[in-house]
Ligand binder design. Sequence first.
Ligand code: ADP
Length: 303
Amino acid sequence: MTMLHSPTLHNLGSINLDHFYRVPHLVHPGETLASRSYHVGLGGKGANQSLAMALAGGQVCHWGRLGRQDAWARDRLARAGVDVSHVELVDEASGHAIIQVDDQGENAIILHPGANHGFSRRDRDDLCEAAQPGDWLLVQNECNGLAELLECARHKGLAVAFNPAPMSETVLEMPLQACRLLFVNRGEAAWLAGLPETSDAEILLEGLNKKLPQTATVLTLGSEGAWYQRDSDRQFQRALPVKAVDTTGAGDTFIGYFMAALQEKREIGDCLALAAHAAALGVQRPGAADSIPSRDEVTRQMD
Ligand code: ADP
């Protein structure tokens, strides 16, 4: 008997530890400064998006690398329902950010990619072998070897969703035609389309369609909402009028919920609405991973 295969989403993405230090002012050159408080949280766009997708009820398998001493981060993903069987514990430093936040809310960040930049050709081959044609592959721009991964996904017939964040020169050299879906914010859209960031959303969408005519786009515009575009089909989703306290990770929550709704074979309009409601709940709370709401909370808000 042949087993029916339900499409899985494979997310090859960063897992970071975010170390927050509350300081009276950002440290000056040569200064040693005592911090008032310290907190470590789960972060990294990859981990946030997998967490959001799992909390939305989606089926997601995370492919990642984490320092052996930080297995708690893997456990946190697993408890939320993420398949972590391909999160490897390695003898390297985990990706991490050292974040100073001062009394004015200013911040300064050191980001060390660590294990997130240690993916090998073997890891990419393993993913392409494990995935079935028709499965989704989701990637962000915080891990190494993405150009090769996109090529291998194309050959395997995977549906690729790419969130080129944080944007860098290397993205322009990637085989972006391999992507079925692109998630970009205003800055990323402008960079990819070669247009000023101040351009109207319609101009940005036209520019992206000209550059990547085979690729659907979700353009998120913070409190100005989000657009979906595929060929001449465009749909707009307004952002919910809420009081934002911390918009870190809004895009990650939006992407995770959008992909979960897509996996449920919902209409694009429903995917956008679910994602916008989830992100609106998230921005009303501090933190990134810690602010991602559960599906129940989102559903209650939509009733
Ligand atoms: P990114 O975090 O990638 O820059 P955006 O800032 O565009 O992403 O936010 C993604 C989505 O989150 C938006 O399309 C919107 O639905 C929601 N969102 C972001 N900021 C707000 C806000 N201030 N109020 C309500 N919703 C917001």
